[in-house]
Design a protein around this ligand. Structure first.
Ligand code: HEC
Length: 308
């Protein structure tokens, strides 16, 4: 008689925990939906690499500003500016309805997409609550969700006890690619937006470039070269040296040795040196690529290593 009873309790406990996870996620989404602005100073760490600094500002309606080590992207509701630090150049294009959606696809803003997206977890499965812990002096409760994709991604979201919103998350892509995002400063407001934060002023000597030139060939063009010559070893299922060249995100994330593509700087990008045979390991290991293929990859990196 004891055994069925235990199963009964376990079932009830599991249901309670699932309910708690849903209500934590709901609270997070409601708090961000109810806010008019958000500011986060955070680090993004692609393991085993070290943390790099990001700053994110969001305001309704439709304003965002993200600064990463490589770029600054600013949208004020009518215009989007993208400044590439290495190239010291920027583009300026009219903001379109879909731009926010595109912006929210970046894994590096994943903890806070609920600011613009009413149903950020609608496709998530396996939602469950984890342990309560203290990370860098902040009390958080973990909620784990599986996000559909190829491969699936599992996010362990750290919900801040005091703010009720995510302070960060740990994202596992496939079985071995892990990214940790953690805010040091995080605040939301209900009444204020600082419009000046969403205006772009070009740094000294920065060149304004035509977006069609700046974007050059998108990842599509180099994807075919990578797929044919590298995809057998650098894929999502079993990425040699941790490097997956079959997706834009994988290529940009780099591998065990760190970043292999430095946007705007082909000469400083290890991937080019390896393909040219100027650096070790020579890639692909069985022989050099044609000069024209290497040039296509180098041009793409020079133009900013853009996804589109
Ligand atoms: C036959 C399998 C194979 C093929 C094909 C291959 N690689 Fe590699 N690649 C490896 C292995 C194994 C390593 C790790 C080598 C080492 O640590 O010395 C590696 C390492 C790398 C690294 C360093 C990753 C890091 O950050 O740790 C880069 C960059 C790279 N390869 C790029 C390429 C490119 C670009 C191509 C295609 C043009 C390619 N590879 C094709 C097997 C391969």
């Amino acid at each position: 008689m004891k055994i069925p009873l235990l199963i009964g309790f376990a079932g009830i406990a599991a249901a309670l925990l699932a309910g708690q996870a849903d209500s934590l996620l709901d609270g997070h989404t409601k708090a961000l939906q109810g806010a008019t602005s958000l500011e986060a100073g955070y680090t993004v760490q692609n393991l085993p690499g070290g943390p790099v600094e990001y700053t994110l500002k969001l305001a309704k309606p439709g304003k965002f500003r993200l600064e990463t080590p490589d770029e600054i992207v600013v949208a004020n509701g009518t215009t989007v500016w993208t400044f590439k630090k290495a190239a010291n150049s920027y583009t300026e294009v009219p903001q379109e309805a879909g731009d926010i959606k595109k912006f929210l696809k970046r894994d590096t803003v994943l903890p806070w997409t609920a600011f613009f997206d009413k149903t950020p977890f609608k496709d998530a499965t396996g939602i469950k609550v984890g342990t309560a812990r203290v990370i860098k002096g902040k009390a958080v409760t973990e909620v784990t969700v599986t996000l559909p994709g190829k491969p699936d991604r599992t996010a362990t979201i750290f919900i801040d006890k005091e703010l009720g919103i995510a302070r960060g998350l740990s994202l596992l892509t496939g079985t071995d690619k892990q990214t940790i995002i953690m805010a040091k400063e995080l605040s939301v407001a209900k009444d204020s937006t600082k419009d000046a934060d969403f205006e772009f002023s070009a740094p000294a000597n920065a060149k304004k470039v035509d977006p069609t030139v700046a974007s050059g060939a998108g990842f599509d063009k180099v994807a075919a070269i990578f797929q044919t010559n590298c995809g057998g070893c650098h894929n999502a299922t079993r990425p040699r040296s941790g490097l997956d060249l079959t997706s834009y995100a994988g290529a940009m994330a780099g591998g065990r040795g760190g970043k292999d593509i430095i946007a705007g700087n082909p000469d400083g990008s290890p991937i080019i040196a390896y393909m040219k045979g100027n650096g070790k390991p020579v890639m692909p290991p069985n022989g050099a690529l044609s000069d024209s293929d290497i040039a296509v990859v180098a041009d793409w990196i020079k133009a900013g290593a853009n996804e589109k």
